[in-house]
Design a protein around this ligand. Structure first.
Ligand SMILES: C[S@@+](CC[C@H](N)C(=O)[O-])C[C@H]1O[C@@H](n2cnc3c(N)ncnc32)[C@H](O)[C@@H]1O
Length: 266
């Protein structure tokens, strides 16, 4: 039987950031580490930013959750990164890592992986400090609102990131397209949206709770981003080959999209 949509209030109540991190991102054993989602996204982020063509003042990450992997390459090319999420506990977990508080999640394995791509694995502590310096703000966000950062109104950003968020926050294709338009309003004309996530997923587990995931297909994504005013600069899909943790999340492939907002879009 299909899982009911997981409303944002349920995220606020039941989404346990630590259980999420331990299940999906723990070094060597996390399911996104062993099934290759994380290395796939990190390699694509490295390839995207290393060219130096995508850089600027402000980058906003939409639906950061308690994660920092998405900042590891981008932090070298933006003056300021703003992390956002719907739940207070996710923002607190992020803050714990940024402030090096006791019990913060250990991201060092992912950080070393990116430093190795950049040519010097030994620089991982400097990279962590760079992320800590660059992520300057943690903000509440709701992608279902026409201004997702309400009540704040920020200047449009040079770049947006969003990973594994819209499929969690949207109950159907129409809601997905609407949320995409909402976040697009935060981006400058000509700016870049870097989006990644999974295809063919109906749910994912966090602790004892199943969370709804909108089943995305490549063709739908391509249509949706064009309708929202983007030009697709790159689309990579990696089919899932390791099916051992299908009980945690039933996705079939990972995707990475680099999009440019058309100049004539407001
Ligand atoms: C699967 S997690 C992804 C977290 C992180 N981006 C990552 O890649 O690990 C989904 C995230 O979407 C957030 N979320 C759910 N509904 C939302 C909404 N309406 N607006 C913004 N974020 C939302 C959740 O709080 C959660 O952090």
């Amino acid at each position: 039987m299909a899982l009911d949509f997981t409303d944002k209030e349920i995220y606020q109540r039941d989404f346990d950031p630590r259980a999420y991190l331990d299940t999906y991102y723990a070094a060597d054993v996390g399911s996104f580490v062993t099934d290759e989602y994380l290395p796939f996204i990190l390699k694509n982020l490295f390839g995207t930013f290393a060219s130096g063509a995508i850089r600027g003042d402000t980058l906003i990450d939409i639906g950061s959750g308690p994660s920092i992997y998405q900042f590891l390459s981008a932090c070298e090319y933006f003056r300021e990164i703003i992390a956002t999420d719907y739940t207070d506990r996710n923002l607190q977990e992020l803050e714990k890592w940024l402030k090096k508080e006791p019990g913060a999640f250990d991201w060092s394995s992912a950080v070393k992986f990116v430093c190795e791509l950049e040519g010097d694995r030994e620089k991982w502590t400097e990279k962590e400090e760079k992320v800590r310096r660059t992520v300057t703000r943690l903000l509440k966000c709701d992608v279902t609102k026409s201004n997702p950062l309400e009540p704040l109104t920020l200047p449009q950003a040079d770049c947006l990131l969003t990973f594994l968020c819209l499929d969690a926050a949207c109950k159907d294709h129409e809601a997905f397209c609407c949320a995409l338009r909402n976040i697009t309003s935060l981006l400058k004309p000509g700016g870049y949206l870097v989006m990644g996530g999974v295809l063919g997923s109906s749910m994912y587990m966090v602790g004892q709770y199943p969370f709804f995931s909108l089943d995305l297909e490549k063709e739908f994504l391509e249509r949706a981003v064009c309708d929202a005013g983007y030009v697709v600069e790159r689309l990579e899909v990696q089919p899932r080959t390791d099916l051992t943790s299908m009980f945690l999340s039933d996705y079939k492939a990972s995707f990475f999209l680099l999009l440019r907002k058309q100049m004539d879009m407001k």
